[in-house]
Design a protein around this ligand. Structure first.
Ligand code: FAD
Length: 466
């Protein structure tokens, strides 16, 4: 493959492009730097050019042109991914979706939108038009695009009720454009959806999404505090199991996360306080008070609709999911994190095993979510980073204890996922991207079909470090 970048760029010069080298660099990066391992390997990556389409027709023109000139194409939503998902491994073209952002239709129970919609803007429009909201959003929803969430995200605020993005019913339809001499436009539903959802844009570009919605509420943000981590964990899981109390978020923060890293909370808590962060439907607050009274070790620290803090805490979701890590990194740039799954029915036991093994080296941050109808924990612990070797060992020890790790220190779909080939995604890539130009280096199965996951994968086509 011999890319002719200059020819592709010239042919697309009538479209909106970013020419400033600093902008090109910033549009070639995401939140990969959360990981010291990815930081070392990806910091130098940069696109040759960035183009900002505003329509499906422009996306098709870009794909057709880049295909003709063998130029790699990496799509970017808002670049808030943590796995280097939207970073161009071999340069080429970055398609930035920011202008491709119209809401097309809002109907009872659903919404149709272009992929570059910022999720909060989309939510605001659904709420204003239909009194509904998205079922599930990442904690970055004020910045992230809906296309980026579907192609790169997994779940988040709302997952305590609705499970993960990949669960049946959480995506209705995706429209996808292929990377061929004559790009095709395909509509996927039902069991076709996993071909392209969470595929990092390696086998097609999403040009329209249809998602289910749910009734919107002015969610009340609540912090509870307690001295006993196990009671706090039980409290959060039991609350999620209450059939009649509607919540959108339940997070558990082991001490001293709240005191050390949550700036607006710090003055109100002690270092040994474990916190539970919640978003509760306003009409459920009375029932919640009755529920909370059953846990003598837990007390109310804050509720967003009735507090005397000089400065409110801000949205509770911006403490949750990977915002916890972001807040920790602001205070201590030497920490990093993991993505752990503590599945039902062993979730409590697994968390306790991990705490016993690592102590303060791995501080527990849990997000309560549903998996196959059962309440369990996603863990995004704050990990003290000492060396790559120790980080790899911490991952291995988690796996030996029976925890599943979605390793955030890897840039490939498989290593950041279930360490195995997803045949649906691979087969669709064979059809939709025959030259392998879409987000190269992110799907191991495409590059090395017989890869065994006993060591870290290094993409051979990565732009060498200068
Ligand atoms: P990008 O990062 O730009 O892209 C993500 C991937 O999707 C890339 O591989 C990109 O190539 C691909 N892509 C983008 N648009 C398209 C398209 N139209 N067609 C095909 N492929 C496309 N993630 C969660 O799941 N839940 C969370 O709660 C969460 N919290 C976070 C908190 C913080 C502080 C940070 C930094 C990250 C968090 N993330 C979370 C990760 C990330 O923010 C989300 O996944 C987000 O939805 C990504 O959206 P984006 O627009 O930034 O996508």
């Amino acid at each position: 493959m011999n890319p002719n970048v200059a020819a592709a760029k010239a042919a697309l010069s009538h479209l909106e492009m970013d020419e400033n080298p600093a902008t090109i660099r910033s549009k070639s990066r995401d939140f990969f730097w959360y990981s010291p391992i990815l930081k070392d390997r990806m910091d130098h990556l940069i696109a040759d050019f960035v183009v900002n389409p505003a329509s499906e027709a422009e996306v098709i023109e870009i794909l057709k042109t880049c295909y003709a000139h063998d130029v790699p194409v990496t799509v970017r939503g808002a670049g808030t991914g943590n796995y280097g998902q939207s970073m161009p491994m071999s340069g080429g073209c970055v398609i930035h979706m920011k202008n491709f952002n119209k809401v097309k239709s809002v109907y009872p129970g659903g919404v149709i939108a272009e992929p570059g919609c910022i999720m909060k803007d989309l939510d605001d429009e659904i709420r204003a038009t239909a009194g509904q909201e998205l079922r599930m959003v990442p904690s970055t929803y004020a910045m992230a695009t809906v296309g980026g969430f579907i192609a790169g995200g997994s779940g988040g605020v709302g997952s305590v009720r609705w499970g993960a993005l990949r669960d049946l019913g959480n995506i209705i339809r995706l429209r996808v454009v292929t990377m061929e001499a004559e790009p095709r436009v395909l509509d996927f539903r039902g069991d076709e959806l996993p071909r392209v959802s969470h595929a990092y844009g390696t086998n097609g570009i999403i040009t329209e999404v249809e998602l289910p919605t749910a009734p919107a509420f002015d969610w009340v943000g609540v912090f509870m505090r307690g001295k006993d981590f196990v009671e706090a964990m039980q409290f959060a899981a039991d609350l999620a199991n209450q059939d009649g109390i509607l919540i959108k978020l339940a997070s558990v923060y082991e001490a001293p996360i709240g005191h050390s890293y949550f700036q607006r909370v710090k003055a109100h808590v002690e270092p040994d306080d474990t916190l539970v962060g919640l978003m509760i439907a306003p009409q459920a607050m009375d029932a919640f008070a009755v529920f909370a009274a059953r846990y003598p070790g837990m007390s109310l620290l804050y509720r967003s609709d009735d507090h005397d803090w000089p400065r409110d805490a801000g949205p509770l979701y911006e403490f949750a999911w990977n915002h916890t890590t972001l807040r920790a990194l602001k205070f201590d740039p030497t920490v990093t994190y993991l993505q752990v799954r503590y599945s039902f029915p062993d979730h409590f036991e697994l968390v306790e095993k991990v705490r016993a093994e690592f102590g303060a080296e791995v501080l527990q941050h849990l997000e309560v979510m549903r998996e196959n109808g059962k309440v369990m924990f996603a863990g995004l612990p704050i990990v003290k980073y000492t060396s790559d070797e120790r980080l790899e060992e911490i991952v291995r020890l988690h796996e030996e204890m029976g925890c599943m790790i979605f390793n955030p220190h890897r840039y490939t779909l498989e290593e950041g996922g279930r360490q195995s080939t997803d045949a649906r995604q691979l087969n669709f890539k064979r059809e939709a991207d025959p030259k392998g130009l879409l987000n190269p280096g992110k799907m191991i199965a495409w590059d090395v079909p017989d890869w065994t996951y006993d060591r870290i994968y290094h993409y051979a086509g990565i732009t060498p470090k200068p």
